[in-house]
Design a protein around this ligand. Structure first.
Ligand code: NDP
Length: 495
């Protein structure tokens, strides 16, 4: 019998109100049923928000260093369970074990980094323009936060949101992707064990259309933090706009790696392979465009094809495997659709372009690493996010053209340039329109203590991680203490 999982509300594991459920399957083997989860609706969201609301008055008064101590404990528990959670995550979403270990490690790093912030959470003190008056700024919690997360980083992304939100004194409701509810269950087991008081963090499973939408619309939810597609983010932003709700959006990308003629080609090759085919191309920061200088294009393309064709595809639980399946059937169909579009638009298929059907691979959502040449900047595969193992090669004649093409999409999340020329490297840092730029590194590889997010249609101006995340999850309050014993008027009492 498959295990029946529950929501976590008010510190207890509870069944969904409607009794409706959904199944969670292994993308490497569609017959492998991981568990059954509640398909929650607005009633469940209501309960979770009420629990979070009830817990808020007490939680916001817990000193931040004490809140941080709970996060340290959560980090320690995550570290202890790293291998078990990584294995379960590979089974649940398909990426290889090395990567799911990294995903859990990101949760550990975030726990420790955020826990330490409990003893900082700095405001500012500054002189007042008036005598005998003290001026400072402090951070205050916001209230109940709704967190909506995707499936590609089932531990890292929820912890990126949850831990800073909690540290700031907010209470939360998490709606994880319905493709990865199991990893969220493990995270909440850990939060309970770490001593988080009941109601402070609540978990509601279900689809975006039902549970997610109910959370976004809920009147008592003061903030929505969302990571996912630009399409859904746009819809959420519009709803939050109506309710004057704070909303932080981390969305799609169409990230490019530039390789100039003076680059270390072997280094650039490793970067391109990891950036394009790591996580089967299903990272918001994945490399989906490769901008090659015309002098090295032929040589580099040959090197790339040779290596891409050797990538071992299979169940990510097998230690020899280098690339797992796509997340589900719809994702594979989307990749197939874009491959067809690319051919119709005149791009030349160099390798891949087909699903894997041999042996056990036929049971999962596998697709070959795919590379297209003769891609022009206006083609759809050079403009639209595919979220799969599809790499488009564009030829560039010089640095300026490379930057222009790199910037020529609606997105602006991550970017990369390989060159030995320090002048060009710094010009790239200055001129690339993206939230993240790597010099001589691939487009993927965020670290938790630096700001993460994108410009243009990749984000809405916020940055998660780093110290910038606290601007999402707290309100600034300006505080004035007048000890003059008389009414003093700013701007008016200037003599
Ligand atoms: P989706 O936007 O489809 O889903 C993201 C989350 O939103 C899921 O939990 C989903 O629920 C939920 N959701 C869907 N519709 C609604 C709605 N109407 N109201 C509220 N919630 C909703 O993205 P994917 O899960 O397919 O993830 C892939 C996308 O995420 C890519 O575009 C990728 O670039 C982006 N992404 C961005 C990152 C970043 O930091 N910039 C990081 C990782 C991914 P459910 O799926 O359960 O229905």
């Amino acid at each position: 019998m498959p295990e029946l999982y529950k929501n976590y509300i008010g510190g207890k594991w509870v069944e969904g109100r409607s009794g409706k459920t959904f199944e969670n399957h292994n993308p490497a083997d569609r017959h492998d049923l991981i568990g059954i989860f509640p398909a929650s609706g607005s009633e469940d969201v209501d309960c979770a928000v009420s629990a979070a609301r009830a817990a808020f008055p007490r939680w916001r008064l817990v000193p931040a260093p004490k809140r941080g101590e709970i996060l340290f404990r959560a980090g320690e528990l995550l570290r202890r369970r790293k291998e078990e959670i990584a294995r379960a995550m590979t089974r649940e979403m398909g990426k290889i074990l090395k990567e799911t270990r990294g995903d859990v490690q990101e949760g550990v790093d975030t726990a420790f980094y955020t826990g330490g912030e409990g003893r900082r959470l700095f405001g500012e003190t500054t002189p007042s323009e008036l005598p005998d008056k003290f001026a400072m700024s402090v951070r205050a919690p916001i209230g109940v936060c709704g967190l909506i997360t995707p499936w590609n980083f089932p531990m890292a992304i929820p912890t990126w949101k949850l831990f800073p939100a909690l540290l700031c004194g907010n209470t939360v409701v998490l709606k994880p992707a319905s493709d990865t509810p199991h990893t969220a269950v493990k995270l909440f087991e850990i939060l309970g064990e770490a001593g988080l008081p009941p109601g402070v963090a609540n978990l509601v499973h279900g689809t975006g259309g039902e549970a997610g939408n109910a959370l976004v619309r809920h009147r008592d939810v003061r903030l929505i933090s969302f990571t996912g597609s630009t399409e859904v983010g746009r819809e959420i932003a519009a709803t939050c706009g109506q309710g004057l709700k704070r909303v932080s959006l981390e969305m799609g990308g169409k990230n490019g790696q530039i390789v100039l003629a003076d680059a270390d080609l072997n280094l650039a090759l490793e970067g391109a392979l990891w950036g394009a085919f790591g996580t089967t191309g299903q990272r918001c920061t994945a490399t989906s465009r490769l901008l090659l200088h015309r002098d090295i294009k032929k040589e580099f393309t040959e090197m790339l094809i040779a290596r891409a064709e050797k990538l071992k595809i299979g169940d990510g639980q097998d230690p020899g495997v280098e690339m797992g399946p796509l997340i589900n059937e719809a994702a594979r169909r989307k990749v197939e659709r874009y491959v067809k579009i690319a051919k119709e638009e005149g791009a030349r298929l160099l390798t891949g372009g087909e699903i894997c059907q041999e042996g056990e691979l036929a049971e999962g959502w596998f697709y070959r690493p795919t590379i297209f040449d003769r891609v022009t900047p206006d083609m759809r595969i050079a403009q639209e996010e595919i979220f799969g193992p599809v790499l488009a090669i564009l030829e560039v004649k010089n640095f300026d053209e490379a930057i222009e093409i790199l910037n020529g999409t609606p997105y602006g999340l991550s970017s990369s340039i390989y060159t030995q020329d320090v002048t060009r490297a710094f010009r790239a840092v200055r001129d690339i329109e993206a939230g993240i730029t790597y010099i001589n590194g691939p487009t993927i590889g965020a670290e938790v203590h630096l700001p993460f997010g994108g410009v243009k249609e990749s984000g809405n101006g916020h940055r998660e991680a780093g110290t910038t995340v606290y601007d999402i999850f707290s309100e600034w309050k300006a505080v004035f203490v007048d000890y003059s014993g008389k009414l003093q008027k700013a701007q008016i009492d200037i003599e």
